[in-house]
Design a protein around this ligand. Structure first.
Ligand code: C2E
Ligand code: MG
Ligand code: MG
Ligand code: MG
Length: 278
């Protein structure tokens, strides 16, 4: 019996591994044609200013509408796109499309808020990234102050000097910079103060655990204090309940993003959110 169990288990692992390889191959194959077939679309999630209750910005989140696979979420394909290097051209499309959409909302007379774009490490490291950002702004006609770039902690902690130089370049051009998923990487506090950051986004795992015990709430409180001492505005990610909102507001968090306010929505629906807010 034990033997049988062992064998079944082995089979189970093997087929699970096969499934993973198949999924990866499938995604990798379909990704090759996704851009030319116009299968990507941006959704947008608003973040709300705790003081005014108004939309303070919109984060562009990539969605992939693949005819055979259906709507594919980023967790299933961003990693593969990073490994294959395809993220570079996809990222360039996201950058341009987010700027284009932001400018279109402004031209329609809607409230002007920054649009945030997630930047992958591979994309950021490529020579000419700063130029690519400038190109997207010029092509769309969007003012630099309405573009925000979200960089992850792990991106920022590799080749720190090079990252700081590129960030200073972007900053000088007027672009806003955020540190995304804060707390999940290995930030060196001595480096942190050298990055020209406008926003610190507290990762949603901390928000989720925040009200379960005293250490959980203390961690979030100190992240807010730390971020403020670095001169950042604080954005809490993944806010789902009124209790979480209450605690964050009490502790001086500046903006909140999460399902409590809105899920990521289509560009059209995001325009309606802005319209309702005018
Ligand atoms: P992220 O940048 O941290 O984006 C926030 C993620 O949290 C989004 O997942 C959003 O839908 C989700 N979220 C927002 N509010 C809540 C909430 O209240 N509860 C829960 N449980 N989740 C919430 P999404 O859209 O699936 O994106 C996942 C990740 O994929 C993003 O994390 C980002 O790292 C990456 N990503 C998305 N779009 C792009 C892109 O255009 N380029 C790159 N390089 N990465 C992207
Ligand atoms: Mg983000
Ligand atoms: Mg995040
Ligand atoms: Mg994330």
């Amino acid at each position: 019996r034990a033997k049988d169990g062992g064998r079944n288990q082995l089979q189970f692992y093997t087929s699970e591994m096969n499934a993973r390889v198949t999924e990866r191959t499938l995604i990798e194959g379909h990704l090759r044609n996704a851009l030319v077939r116009h299968e990507f679309v941006l959704h947008f999630q608003p973040r709300i200013d705790c003081a005014t209750g108004r939309v303070a910005g919109l984060e562009a989140l990539l969605r992939w509408q693949q005819p055979e696979l259906g709507l594919v979420q980023p967790d299933r394909f961003i990693g593969v796109a990073e490994e294959t290097g395809r993220i570079v051209e996809i990222g360039e499309w996201v950058l341009y499309e987010a700027c284009r959409q932001a400018k279109a909302w402004q031209d329609a007379g809607l409230p002007r808020v920054p649009v945030a774009v997630n930047v992958s490490a591979r994309q950021f490291r490529q020579a000419g990234f700063v130029q690519e950002v400038r190109g997207a702004l010029e092509a769309s006609g969007l003012e630099a102050g309405y573009l925000e770039l979200e960089l992850t902690e792990s991106l920022m902690m590799q080749n720190v000097e090079g990252v700081i130089a590129a960030m200073l370049h972007l900053k000088a051009g007027g672009v806003r910079l955020s540190i995304d998923d804060f707390g999940t990487g290995y930030s060196s506090l001595s480096y942190l103060r050298r990055f020209p950051l406008d926003y610190l986004k507290i990762d949603r795992s901390f928000v989720r655990d925040m009200l379960h015990d005293a250490p959980g709430s203390a961690i979030v409180r100190s992240m807010i204090t730390l971020g403020h001492s670095l001169g950042c505005r604080i954005i809490a990610e993944g806010v789902e309940t009124n209790d979480q909102l209450g605690y964050l507001t009490q502790e001086g968090c500046d903006e909140i993003q999460g399902f409590l306010c809105s899920r990521p929505v289509t560009g059209e629906a995001a325009g309606e959110l802005l319209y309702a807010d005018r």
